[in-house]
Each structure stands twice: as C-alpha cells, then as structure tokens.
Design a binder for this molecule. Structure first.
Ligand SMILES: CC(=O)N[C@H]1[C@@H](O[C@@H]2[C@H](O)[C@H](O)[C@@H](O)[C@H](O)[C@H]2O)O[C@H](CO)[C@@H](O)[C@@H]1O
Ligand SMILES: [Zn+2]
Length: 303
C-alpha cells in the first residue's frame, strides 16, 4: 500500500537477528510512536551456527532447515518490537546466506554475495516506491564487520536509494521516490570500550568480545545521531532473545554463538550519510528536520 502521510522508516539488513542487535530499540521506539517501520532482510540466515544443542540438526550441513526456523525467530522478534511490516528481499529464500568471508559458501550460486547488485536493488526499489520512506538505515561500505552479506546489503541498499529516485529507471516499479535521509549503523568507540569493560565485569559469559568483533565502530565524532531507546530496552532484549539460535541474552549483555559477551545497548548510534541534518548536535531523532505531516504526492517526489 502506497503511504501518503506520517513518518516512514526503512531498514535493510543481511540476516534475521541483525535488525534487533543494531536497531531493536530504534524500531520499537518509532513503532510505539506510530511511525511505519519496514524491515527488509536480504537472506534467511541459512548458513548460521545454532546455539542450542537440541536444534543443531537444523544447520546447513545436516537438515538445512535453519532458514525456515529463523523466519519464525524473526516473526517473534518483530512481535516483541511491535513491527508488522517485515519482508525478505525478492521473497523468502531468493538470496541465500553466503557464510563468513572466505568460506566456500561465498562462491555458491544463489548466495547473496554472488547476486547481481542491480537486479537485487530492483527488488528493493519496488519496496521504496511503495513505502516511500523518508529515512533509510543500513550498514557502512564494510557491512559493519566485513561479512559478505552485510557488505552486499550495503551495496544493494545504496544502489536502490539511487535507482528509486531516477524517473527514467523502471517506471513499472512505481513512481520515483527520493529518500530524504540515509544513515549507517555506527558504534562510537568510547561507548563501546566502556560497555565492554562493564560486560567483562558482569562476567555473564566465558569471554568478552573485542572491539574488532563489533560492527560499525568509529571515532566518537563520526556519529551524527543518537537514539535514546532506554524506554524500549526490554523490547530490544526480548527481540534479541527471540533469535535464540544466534543470540543469548543475559542481563545487560549478550553473546552470539561464539559465546563472547557484548554490551546490550538501548541507545543506538548512526551516521547521516545523505540528506540534511536536523537541529541539535548530535541529532536525537532520525526524522529531525523533516516535515512528515504533509501528504506525499501521488506522482512521487522527484519532479
Ligand atoms: C550477527 C551476524 O551477522 N551473524 C551472522 C554470522 O554468524 C556468525 C558466524 O556464524 C560465526 O562463525 C560465529 O563465530 C558467530 O558467533 C556468528 O554470529 O554469519 C552467519 C553465516 O553467514 C549468519 O547466518 C549469521 O546471521
Ligand atoms: Zn548478519
């Protein structure tokens, strides 16, 4: 359904779980405030590890049913966040999890890392032109931490941002739409250092992650926007816990299947990379500076 008024946020992520880890509090906050929150996940996470021994049979080298299972985890996570519009790029299973950088799965036909970026971007152009978001959130050019699917999600999201606004590009996909503000997920180094120290002190896990294990780490001054999601910390923790094959939540820490503790932050950080910043340094709202009350024109917004 083509939206006409109100705040609309689009998030593009690589696997089920990334959205809750990086943006769970942001998604819960905007959903609670009545914004339309749309999540596009590029793979089903078929190549993941499984934390629970009793579910180990789901992995790709055994039953290969982890992708279907993670759809269920994502559905539960979205229920926790109050998000109702969540989709898979090109439909569930269109692009398969490529595995960590350097593994043979990176070369598998049909994996996301092998996808044609323009073809994949057109699936997202159709969503952009339908939803007409004012704000897009994705990863930086390294995908936050160098995972092939994260890098490809960045490339596809940024390409779709360009193509969706081009009136000459595939008009059958809908009226052109220019997204007003594009943000990359970030983690300020000083906040992470303090958080990792607190996680180590909490000792909820056998070990503690290193800064290199955490996506999107930058010098503090690179961060343009800080979203206080404290009021939604419980929802974020519940959403992360819903991804139980991938994440264990314990107090104010969590661990992935590597069992290395990381801080679970309810404040989430961003870098504005396209569009005009709103008032305040840092911004405290992704929609800062935008008039989201005016109805959007039926012919799009690039005339
Ligand atoms: C957060 C994230 O992007 N997870 C990915 C990642 O999973 C990691 C991977 O299995 C690694 O080998 C483990 O040590 C680490 O604990 C996992 O988080 O890669 C998976 C395969 O591509 C992917 O399914 C998962 O969502
Ligand atoms: Zn991921």
């Amino acid at each position: 359904m083509t939206a006409t008024t109100g705040r609309r946020l689009l998030l593009v992520h690589a696997h089920p779980d990334d959205e809750s880890i990086g943006n769970g509090a942001t998604m819960a906050r905007y959903a609670a405030e009545g914004a339309r929150v749309t999540l596009v996940t590029c793979t089903l996470g078929e190549g993941g590890e499984v934390i629970q021994p009793e579910l180990a049979h789901l992995t790709a080298d055994r039953d290969d049913t982890l992708g279907a299972h993670r759809i269920g985890e994502l559905t539960e996570a979205m229920r926790a966040l109050g998000v109702t519009d969540f989709r898979f790029l090109g439909g569930p299973g269109r692009y398969r999890d490529s595995g960590m950088m350097g593994v043979p799965d990176n070369d598998a036909p049909g994996c996301f890392w092998q996808a044609d970026v323009d073809e994949a971007a057109d699936h997202l152009v159709a969503v952009v032109r339908e939803v007409r978001p004012q704000v897009l959130v994705t990863y930086d050019e390294n995908g936050g931490y160098g995972h092939p699917d994260h890098i490809q999600a960045h490339r596809v999201a940024m390409r779709a941002y360009e193509l969706a606004a081009d009136p000459a590009h595939r008009p059958e996909l809908g009226a052109p739409w220019r997204i007003a503000k594009v943000y990359w997920n970030r983690m300020p180094r000083s906040v992470l250092d303090a958080g990792l120290a607190a996680t180590a002190a909490e000792a909820a896990f056998p070990g503690t992650a290193q800064p290199a294990d955490v996506p999107g780490v930058v010098a503090d001054e690179v961060v343009t926007t800080v979203l206080d999601g404290t009021a939604h910390a419980g929802r974020k923790a519940a959403a992360m816990a819903a991804h139980a094959t991938q994440i264990t939540v314990n107090g104010s820490s969590f661990a992935l299947s590597n069992h290395l503790g990381q801080p679970l932050f309810a404040t989430e950080y961003y870098q504005l990379v396209h569009g005009q910043a709103g008032p305040g340094r840092p911004e405290r709202d992704l929609f800062a500076g935008l008039d989201t009350t005016a109805p959007t024109p039926s012919e799009g917004n690039t005339r």
